[in-house]
Design a protein around this ligand. Structure first.
Ligand code: SAJ
Length: 447
């Protein structure tokens, strides 16, 4: 078969529609392995910066690979998606699939990408969808492709759903090493997609149909979200009863079949706050009793819960939010990334500002301050503030000199720790008031 042969020889042309995190990673890896790759995105600025070799180095390894691929002529980017679809044998679609404020999936980017690809579709082409999508979407897209091209899916062209498991910050290595699920529209589509990935990646490939692959992808992140919600509920119970949730979870996890995640000041990022809603998008029967929906609410609630802890800490120090000075360490949604998508810090900083507090902000990996005062180091942020709030567990924060922290803060020094970065016992021994998510009121230390 011609396409199978071209895949083996790396001679087929690959198009990538949507040059976000996933699309760029895919393009970089295939170009690095000798395939000729054309990428397209509607954002002119992004396309320009790719072609001029000045892509923002959000992930240094990825940016370097993209720049090299452009220089060697193996990768080029354009805003002309139709041209990409027409000129490629394989088109990989990684359009964004956001959810609205009402938590409804917005598939408009994906639909429009599929329409364009449909116009450029020719016989023997393979289309891969990589975006996270509600169950049933690949089949819906197969109809769009068929309607526009007049070709028949599974006969004239092939279509597979190939979700990604790459974590921002480690995309290239994850793409190459992680096992992946491939759900084909039919047996031949599955075979071709699996063959393609095995040419460039080392991870195992698990084959199934497209509906199962769609649900399995969403199940992964939803599982994490529900597990974190459980940890957060435990944290709330511990706070009421005066226990330390960290110790509770560590003990429960000594059971070899238990793996409770970590509680914290909220769940952010591009995946966890969104994928559960994609999974629920077409659910009709049990919506009132949905564990998944409830978990989402609980995880969102942790942001306002953390805010309440800050206000309580101030009140116990006989201070008012208005006019108080707060230092926030960490704005990114998780450690080790500069990514702020869905980060709990946004809500917490903005609410503190709205209540009339002055907010100093420091993050070693990100200059965003959400209208707080951007500081260049942790001690600059902490100096002369009434409360220190930790919202991301960046490594740098674990090695803070707590004596210095206490000396430079206004009296009484207090810390609200949203990620259990500081040891409550150490804070106590130094005379700092410590309030942590899931760290019981009986254990709060006042001097
Ligand atoms: N979080 C907790 N408690 C935990 C773990 C995470 O509160 O025990 C919070 C984090 O602080 C963060 C959010 O959840 O705000 C998301 O954290 P995450 O570690 O799940 O990070 P993501 O969103 O980068 O997840 C990605 C996912 N990848 C994709 O969807 C492609 C996820 O499937 C991976 O499991 C995860 O990376 C990973 O393993 O690093």
């Amino acid at each position: 078969m011609k396409l199978l042969d071209a895949i083996s020889k790396h001679t087929c042309k690959i198009g990538v529609v949507g040059l976000g995190h996933v699309g760029l990673t895919v393009a970089a890896v295939f170009a690095d392995r000798g395939f000729t790759v054309s990428g397209c995105d509607l954002i002119r600025r992004l396309v320009k910066s790719i072609m001029y070799g000045n892509l923002k180095p959000f992930e240094p390894e990825l940016a370097k690979m993209i720049n090299n691929a452009v220089k060697s002529g193996k990768f080029s980017a354009t805003t002309d998606c139709l041209n990409v679809a027409e000129s490629c044998d394989i088109t990989i679609i990684s359009a964004q699939t956001p959810v609205s404020k009402e938590h409804q999936p917005d598939l408009s980017f994906l639909r429009s990408a599929c329409e364009t690809v449909g116009h450029g579709l020719t016989k023997e082409n393979l289309i891969l969808i990589m975006s996270s999508i509600p169950p049933g979407t690949t089949t819906e897209m197969s109809r769009t492709l068929e309607r526009i091209s007049g070709l028949s899916c599974g006969k004239d062209f092939w279509l597979s759903y190939c979700p990604e498991r790459l974590a921002p910050g480690n995309s290239v290595r994850d793409f190459i090493n992680n096992d992946r699920i491939i759900g084909g529209f039919d047996a031949q589509s599955t075979r071709l997609a699996s063959h393609l990935f095995q040419e460039v990646a080392r991870g195992k490939v698990f084959l199934t149909d497209c509906l199962t692959a769609e649900i399995a992808k969403l199940a992964e992140n939803t599982f994490r979200d529900v597990n974190i919600a459980f940890a957060n509920e435990l944290a709330l119970i511990c706070e009421q009863d005066g226990a330390d949730v960290q110790e509770v979870i560590n003990l429960a996890n000594t059971h070899q079949r238990v793996n409770i995640h970590r509680p914290g000041s909220g769940v952010g990022g591009p995946c966890l706050p969104k994928d559960p809603y994609l999974l629920l998008a077409r659910a009709k029967q049990h919506t009132e009793h949905s564990l998944i929906r409830c978990s989402r609410h609980l995880n969102s609630f942790m942001e306002s819960h953390t805010l309440s802890k800050i206000l309580t800490a101030l009140r116990l120090a006989k201070k008012d939010a208005t006019g108080s000075r707060i230092s926030v360490l960490g704005v990114t949604y998780k450690k080790g990334t500069s990514d702020i998508r869905g980060a709990p810090s946004k809500f917490i900083i903005q609410e503190l500002l709205r209540l009339g507090a002055q907010v100093n902000v420091y993050d070693p990996l990100c200059a965003e301050s959400f209208n707080g005062k951007n500081c260049t180091g942790p001690y600059e942020a902490i100096a002369n503030t009434d409360c220190l709030v930790i919202l991301t567990d960046h490594n740098e924060f674990a090695s803070l000199d707590l004596r210095k922290v206490k000396e430079t803060m206004n009296k009484p020094a207090c810390i609200v720790d949203g990620r259990r970065v500081i040891s409550p016992a150490t804070a106590k021994s130094i005379g700092i008031r410590y309030y942590g998510v899931g760290f019981g009121k009986g254990n709060q230390i006042h001097h």
